[in-house]
Ligand binder design. Sequence first.
Ligand code: SF4
Length: 354
Amino acid sequence: MTEQHAPRHDWTLAEIKEIHGLPLTELLLRAQTVHRENHPPDQVQLCTLLSVKTGGCREDCSYCSQSSKYDTDVQPERLLSVEEVLGTARRAREAGSTRFCMGAAWRDVKDGPAFDRVLDMVRGVRELGLEACATLGMLDDGQAHALAEAGLTAYNHNLDTSREYYGEVITTRTYDERLQTITRVVKAGISVCCGGILGMGESLDDRCELIRTLATLDPHPGSVPINALVPIEGTPLADVPKLDSLDLVRAIATARIVMPKTQVRLSAGRAELTREAQILCFMAGASSIFYGDKLLTTGNPDVLADRQLLEDAGMKPMQPYASPDPTVQATKSRGPVATKGAVSLAARAIVPAE
Ligand code: SF4
């Protein structure tokens, strides 16, 4: 890593558009330069995602298989038990994952036995030596603090798209409600994981405006998942044309340049990418992937294919708590202590890390 520049939080839409529109090779060079100033270029964070409460959600997100408003193949399921979740987390750790993300299809969190169970899941994941992440919908201040005390490392709450396009995708909650939950997560001392989805029919301005909104948050999100829409039959976005993989590369590179220390995560839609397109995303500054053959309800490349890809590219998994986000590092000393040997097991690399 070389000279580092202080992150900026005052980006304008014109600046973001200028970066996004650079000739692709120039954009990649700039993104890779920023990436090397702030991250080890040969390491990738491996995150495993599990749906702990699937389907039956009252929200109307137009891309989502779990909304009760749409007729999709997803059937509502009960909240998993702590044992079921920790069994999956243990297997993810054995496979080399270092962050375990638990998703519940809730509009917002309700205090009570279900939330208490999620808190136990968070404690159990931390005891396994894994970073713990959750995505549970909107939170109040007390719930954000309870999650922080349980040892939660990161909370995912995506903005999805620009403020201007948001109403075309979701009508049951507002952009400001999303931002309020993000503020509560920051105040509770939890790392923010916040990104969006490309390919929902939005304009270039919408994409750049989403990146601008993320890049003007202070602090920048610890992680920014960049998703390509996975069209789901039965949802309003089922027939939207497929995103060009180079659009994904451009968005990742732009996010990398304007949020230099953030983990930019190549997220949903990766199963549709060729190996070469995925390597281009790493060149553009993606430093994190979802690892495991399923996301919340949609597919992901299988673990063996991913291991081969990383090996062929000469890349290795990042250790837990190695993120440049100081909030992630601070959570290491909060919450349950990992059982003896758990952290080194979680850090086990497919290709050994020094
Ligand atoms: S994205 Fe989340 S909030 Fe929206 S419908 Fe799906 S589960 Fe519900």
